[in-house]
Design a protein around this ligand. Structure first.
Ligand code: G1P
Length: 307
């Protein structure tokens, strides 16, 4: 990289949403604290950012999200107790939630005015540099390189805003920001248009924006003048639409598997797949699933009836 090029060191995590799709579990607990096996969703998101080189985690929170601050804070009592009992592995697990050199900043989103407004709340902390945005309920297993790591690699080369995208069945277009674009390289395309949650008939293609963004700071000025859009909220998608009229905005089709952990089905799928990869659980859990669903390609429907 030349001296003129910038690095991504800050990531914004909008975590102020209510999580109504998981009630009553999310009545007193933030949806971002729901665990997939043994780690809360927000920790997977933080680890993804840190793996991509981020060292400042900016959480846009609300009054009901204190558990997130506690999770990333030091827990003296627990650490002292684990140390006294010689439980060093657990002690390291607790300490490593925030690795050395990484800092956390919290800012409140006082009103639920949407994702665009949430990102705008981080303006003074991000300042005048490009930054990442990660939505924790899109959990992405990128394999060897996390989704944000892949996107940062593309950013280092292109030095412009980049959105994580994937192909979806068009009937789900009403759940996503949808783009049209022209291919410019391996997994990369230049975005021509973007629209928030269109009906399938109005979707410009089957490429949906997932919860991963790298944005230039110009987005803040545009968010300030973005009127309320879909759902009466200030939509990040609308500000990106204005951005791409001024600057190049790219789409990156990430390698990996995304789980929509904002939905119960996606959350269950993630829990199963992550358990099957978990070093402590993989063998026993595989054994359980074999017994539960039949060893030799037995029909799942039959084993469900048997249970
Ligand atoms: C948000 C964005 C949408 C994006 C989606 C990805 O929607 O507004 O453009 O495609 O995240 O998960 P939400 O899921 O918060 O309704």
């Amino acid at each position: 990289m030349s001296s003129k090029e910038t690095r991504i060191t800050k990531a914004v995590f909008p975590v102020a949403g209510m999580g109504t799709r998981f009630l009553p579990a999310t009545k007193a607990n933030p949806k971002e604290m729901l665990p997939v096996v043994d780690k809360p969703l927000i920790q997977y998101a933080a680890e993804e950012a840190i793996a991509a080189g981020v060292d400042e985690l900016i959480f846009v929170t609300s009054s009901s999200k204190r558990a997130i601050e506690d999770h990333f804070d030091k827990n003296y009592e627990m650490e002292a107790e684990l140390a006294a009992k010689g439980k060093i592995d657990l002690l390291n697990l607790v300490r490593d939630v925030v690795p050395k050199g990484v800092s956390c900043v919290y800012v409140r989103q006082a009103e639920a005015l949407g994702l665009g407004h949430a990102v705008l709340c981080a303006k003074s902390i991000v300042g005048n540099e490009p930054f990442a945005v990660i939505l924790a309920d899109d959990l992405i297993d990128g394999g060897n390189a996390s989704c944000m790591q892949q996107m940062v690699a593309a950013f280092n080369e292109k030095q412009c805003s980049i959105l994580g995208v994937e192909k979806i069945p068009i009937e789900y277009s009403h759940k996503y920001g949808m783009i049209s674009s022209e291919e410019i390289g391996d997994r990369l395309s230049r975005i021509k248009s973007i629209i928030e949650k269109p009906d399938p008939a109005d979707a410009p293609s089957d490429l949906a924006v997932v919860g991963r963004y790298i944005l230039t700071p110009r987005i803040f000025g545009l968010l300030e003048t973005t009127p309320r859009g879909a759902g009466g909220e200030i939509q990040l998608t609308d500000a990106i639409d204005a951005l791409l009229k001024e600057e190049e905005v790219l789409a990156y089709q990430f390698k990996g598997k995304r789980y929509d952990c904002g939905s119960k089905l996606g959350y269950l799928k993630a829990s199963i797949d992550y358990a099957l990869q978990h070093p402590e659980l993989a063998d026993d859990f595989t054994e359980y699933l074999k017994k539960r669903f039949g060893q030799n390609g037995g029909r799942i429907e039959d084993s469900i009836k048997r249970a």
